[in-house]
Design a protein around this ligand. Structure first.
Ligand SMILES: *[C@@H]1O[C@H](CO)[C@@H](O)[C@H](O)[C@H]1NC(C)=O
Ligand SMILES: *[C@@H]1O[C@H](CO)[C@@H](O)[C@H](O)[C@H]1NC(C)=O
Ligand SMILES: *[C@@H]1O[C@H](CO)[C@@H](O)[C@H](O)[C@H]1NC(C)=O
Length: 355
């Protein structure tokens, strides 16, 4: 009888340690978004929040990269919340460490966050190379292909190669730790989705050109390869989120891998996000599931027919109107030549929040 009472807390502690060491750490580096100190000394590496030992090691050997990675963590948070501002799940989970554990549950939402985080870190590093913020890299290579007449290569390409290389080293590090493989499926899932994020980033490298010539005649254009902004990449990933595939962990030959759960036998595609566990509907508050719910405070849009419509956002509970005063430019007048003056007017708008 007594041993039962003793064994229970022991088990809980073991589970907790296991959970902390393997389960919750993989995306903890996003907590860097809250760092306010400027990182310029190697001694700071061990006190930074959310880093596993191999990431702290990368911090020491690539110190100048850290400020860029902090910036990337902030970009992930901002972009995720903006991209999901019209959904019930609005990426509040990323307010690390408060709701973070739900992102480790292997849900569709965590699939999106891992993909975005992997894309963002490489994106931010690639751009930092271009803007001269890093000493160890500069512009990307000038492509070998010939351009059509009137175009020539020039300018500074985003250094995607360096970004992908350093970014994946850092953000994949927690999934590549040589620890007991107890939670292997989640690791496989996170690695796959991170790769999907990086693929979306590669697809976002496009040719950009600038006009030159007498008074904008555009007789010659210089072109370079530049990346789309992160918010466009996030939109691409949101589309993949909406059509993500549920997978299961299954032996295939000698090793276990992720295969689609409900559909016909086919391997997981390289460009699809995958998840292992279904998500709640995010209507009600359930902290353990990472749902803050939409009751009492969430804004909805009465005229929208999409996911931010009051019916969908409020889960049929109804909604309350309130008014808000907004300042707008008004009575604008054109003056010859060439400027416009406006006045400021106050306008009352009606908005809605879920009951
Ligand atoms: C490191 O950053 C701090 C805070 O910005 C600054 O005061 C200090 O001079 C910097 N040290 C070096 C060695 O650049
Ligand atoms: C997310 O939704 C909650 C209420 O459901 C709201 O309080 C919070 O401000 C929202 N966050 C963002 C970033 O919009
Ligand atoms: C509400 O949705 C409509 C239709 O999609 C859109 O035109 C409008 O800008 C939205 N309003 C707000 C406050 O987001």
């Amino acid at each position: 009888m007594k041993s039962e009472f003793v064994s229970f807390p022991l088990c809980a502690v073991t589970l907790l340690t296991l959970a902390l060491s393997q389960h919750c750490l993989a995306i903890r580096w996003l907590a860097l978004s809250q760092t306010s100190e400027h990182i310029n000394k190697t001694q700071q590496c061990k006190s930074l929040p959310g880093l596993v030992s191999s990431q702290a090691q990368l911090c020491r050997t690539n110190l100048e990269l850290m400020q860029v990675i902090v910036q990337a963590a902030r970009e992930v948070k901002k972009t995720c919340q903006k991209t999901f501002s019209d959904m019930r799940w609005n990426c509040s989970s990323i307010e690390a460490p408060k709701y973070l554990p739900d992102l480790e549950r292997g849900t569709r939402e965590s699939a999106f966050v891992y993909a975005l985080a992997a894309a963002a870190i490489s994106h931010t590093i690639a751009r930092a190379c271009t803007s001269g913020d890093l000493r160890l890299c500069s512009c990307g290579p000038i492509p070998g292909d010939t351009l059509e007449p009137g175009h020539r290569w020039g300018g500074c390409a985003d250094n995607l190669h360096y970004g992908l290389n350093m970014g994946s080293k850092f953000s994949d590090a927690p999934m590549k730790m040589k620890k007991k493989t107890g939670l292997h499926p989640n690791k496989l899932m996170h690695l796959h989705n991170s790769e999907v994020g990086r693929q979306a980033l590669k697809d976002a490298l496009v040719m950009k050109c600038k006009c030159h010539g007498v008074s904008g005649s555009c007789s010659i254009r210089t072109c370079w390869r530049g990346l789309h902004d992160l918010k466009e990449i996030a939109q691409d990933l949101k589309t993949k989120y909406l059509s993500a595939t549920r997978v299961k962990h299954q032996p295939t030959g000698t090793r276990k891998q992720l295969v689609p759960k409900d559909i016909d036998v086919r391997p997981v595609r390289e460009n699809e996000l995958v998840y292992l566990q279904s998500s709640p509907d995010f209507c009600a508050k359930n902290e353990k599931m990472g749902s803050i719910g939409t009751q009492d405070s969430r804004q909805c849009n009465k005229t929208s027919s999409g996911s931010d419509s009051c019916d969908l956002m409020c889960c049929g509970r109804g909604y309350n109107p309130y008014t808000e005063k907004v300042m707008e430019r008004c009575h604008c007048k054109y003056h010859w030549c060439c400027y416009v003056t406006c006045k400021k007017c106050e306008r009352t708008v009606e908005r809605y929040v879920c009951k």
